[in-house]
Design a protein around this ligand. Sequence first.
Ligand code: B1M
Length: 216
Amino acid sequence: MSESGANGSPLYEAILTGDADGSVKLTQAALADGVDPNDLINQDMIPAMDEAGRRFEKREFYVPELLIAARAMKGALALIRPLLSERGVEPVGRVVIGTVKGDLHDIGKGLVGSMLEGGGFEVFDLGVDVAAEAFISKAVEQKADVVAVSALLTTTMTAMKDVVSALRDSDISQTCKIIVGGAPVTQQFADSIGADGYSENASAAVTLVRSIVTPA
Ligand code: B1M
């Protein structure tokens, strides 16, 4: 599996070619062999999706190929998710997460949510295409510590600013922080829209949220 390297491993190939049955079977076998789920995600699964994106840019892949790759990725992730979210009883904080309005990409957001659950947080996942008001009303309802917003498109990342504004105008502006992430998002962009934090990947998001909820 991952010891054969990211590109070209059987799981990588199964996801890239949209072989959902294969990706599930290979993931089951790797987990049974004791392979670290984080290695599967970082060495095989994410690189396969990145390659799908590269092929899409080069017009070797079209939307249907992206969709079947995503389906194969999700099948494998469904097996891994419970392993990421095993945790103790007491939540260390509450996080509302979703993909910004106009954006339907949910794999990275789902991964961030699962890793946060694994880090001991109670996570309320609002799904995709989430309006700014929906983020904030859920955060108010749940007295959330953090609102986490994902975007994968340069055209939708600008809508993150609306979520920041809605939070600043809300009753929980003093108690709830907002973090942003997703492939096109940068620390500079996060600063420019007044977000409280940015992280590049799912495990960095856990470290970031932890530092927000329990500052050193
Ligand atoms: Co889309 N798509 N897509 N797509 N797609 C990208 C993003 C793209 C880069 C492909 C490309 O051209 N190379 C490109 C965006 C270009 C741009 O804006 N710069 C693109 C495009 C153009 C589009 C459409 C417009 C295509 C079209 O219809 N013509 C369309 C838009 C639809 C919409 O959203 N309105 C579209 C549609 C789709 C599918 C529906 C077919 C499918 C999504 C299926 C799904 O999610 N259920 C899809 C896919 C699969 C991709 C790629 C190939 C893979 C995305 C993915 O799941 N990556 C993607 C190319 C790429 O990213 N390499 C692409 C794996 C995932 C684990 O990584 O989501 O980046 P990622 O998450 C990472 C980090 O970003 C971070 O942590 C995760 C890993 O640890 N992170 C956070 C994410 N959210 C975070 C939040 C945080 C912190 C960290 O805190 C809040």
